[in-house]
Design a protein around this ligand. Structure first.
Ligand SMILES: [Zn+2]
Length: 374
């Protein structure tokens, strides 16, 4: 495992302040190259990168604020208990697969579960796809002679992330057991996230880790369209779950793809009041998590690195010029960043040189405010 993959996996254990995990990892990778400190000892490399990023000289600018914020996020990873432990993702997946199956059996799902394969390349004709996992089914077996199963590209395994993907794929496999010749997307993907990633993943891996995973996966600032589509369907599945509980969702899984498509059509045409499903069985941890991800998270609270840096210590009544001088911040970039806190996200009100109001200090944490990777 290389240093960036190591950081990627551990990132699911912390509440990162970055607005986009992918960009964060790209930046970290560039800094490691730039500082020429990559060594065989991963933890030593991460620690040296933090030192390199924290190296202060001259006034704080957007660029150096970004380095400090990235160093803070890396520090959280290093300061974690057992932070030095490199996770064997293959071993982790195999063990979690058994736990997932046990939980599913308790909910009355019993199918002939497919095998997990760890491969260098996916079987043809999927060998050129850039996915991290692929789950050929019965139809692929008939058409292309591929053994049905969960195929994971070895070079794309990431601790935790791969586990949530596996949980998602298992639900597809259960649904496909009744309708293998019909591709399931849309609401089915939302259900796979809800029952797989959230219910199974939450119970086996942990709801906090699941919360971080979904935040990074679906609530990035400037999310790509592909992730947005998954989020849309996750919201749709969540809405059905909050209304009908797992009794309704499990009923749909057991009835298969045609039934799911029918309900999806009713939702999309606005006639969801006509949907009739069994009702009952909510899980409090799931409720908390899905509400947080789909309804509560202020995903647009994102500012530039210097604005995020300054937000950490800015108080009502402060003088803008004083803040800049005391904290050795570049004057023009600093003033602009404070203005940004007002004009872009309206967290402060500036009157002349004085901060007349600051929303940030009324909230227990400024964790909700994330920094953009510029
Ligand atoms: Zn899917």
């Amino acid at each position: 495992m290389d240093t960036v993959s190591f950081i990627h996996g551990k990132a699911y254990l912390i509440k990162g302040q970055f607005a986009d995990l992918g960009f964060f990892l790209k930046k970290v990778s560039n800094y490691i190259k730039e500082s020429r400190i990559e060594k065989s000892n991963i933890l030593y490399t991460v620690q040296s990168t933090i030192e390199y990023l924290k190296n202060k000289s001259g006034p704080v600018t957007q660029e150096s604020a970004l380095k400090r914020l990235i160093a803070d996020d890396l520090k959280k990873i290093v300061n974690m208990e057992n932070s030095e432990k490199v996770i064997d993702t293959q071993e982790m997946l195999a063990a979690q697969y058994e736990d997932y199956k046990d939980i599913l059996a308790k909910f009355g799902f019993n199918i002939k579960y497919p095998k997990i394969y760890f491969v260098d390349n996916f079987p043809k004709p999927y060998h050129t796809m850039q996915w991290s996992a692929c789950s050929p089914d019965k139809e692929d077996e008939i058409k292309y002679g591929i053994k049905p199963g969960f195929y994971f590209r070895k070079d794309k395994l990431v601790p935790f992330k791969s586990s949530f993907i596996l949980a998602h794929e298992i639900i597809h496999a259960i649904i496909a057991a009744s309708d293998p010749f019909f591709i399931g997307r849309g609401l089915e993907d939302g259900i796979c996230d809800l029952v797989g990633s959230v219910l199974l993943g939450g119970r086996v891996i942990g709801f906090d880790i699941c919360k971080n995973y979904l935040t990074y996966e679906y609530l990035s600032y400037h999310n790509n369209q592909f992730s947005e589509i998954y989020l849309d369907y996750f919201r749709l599945a969540t809405s059905l779950y909050l209304q009908f509980g797992f009794d309704g969702i499990f009923y749909l899984i057991k009835r298969g793809r045609q039934a799911i498509k029918k309900v999806e059509s009713s939702c999309l045409s606005g006639t969801f009041n006509e949907i009739n499903l069994p009702m009952g069985q909510w899980d409090l941890n799931v409720n908390r998590l899905v509400n947080f991800i789909t309804l509560m998270y202020p995903r647009n609270m994102v500012v530039s690195p210097l604005a995020k840096f300054i937000a950490g210590f800015l108080k009502k009544g402060d003088s803008v010029r004083k803040i800049i001088a005391i904290n050795n911040i570049d004057a023009s970039q600093g003033e602009e960043a404070i203005r940004e806190l007002q004009e872009r996200v309206y967290l402060v009100l500036i009157n002349g040189d004085v901060i007349d109001y600051s929303e940030i200090e009324y909230l227990e944490t400024n964790n909700f405010l994330r920094y953009e990777l510029i």
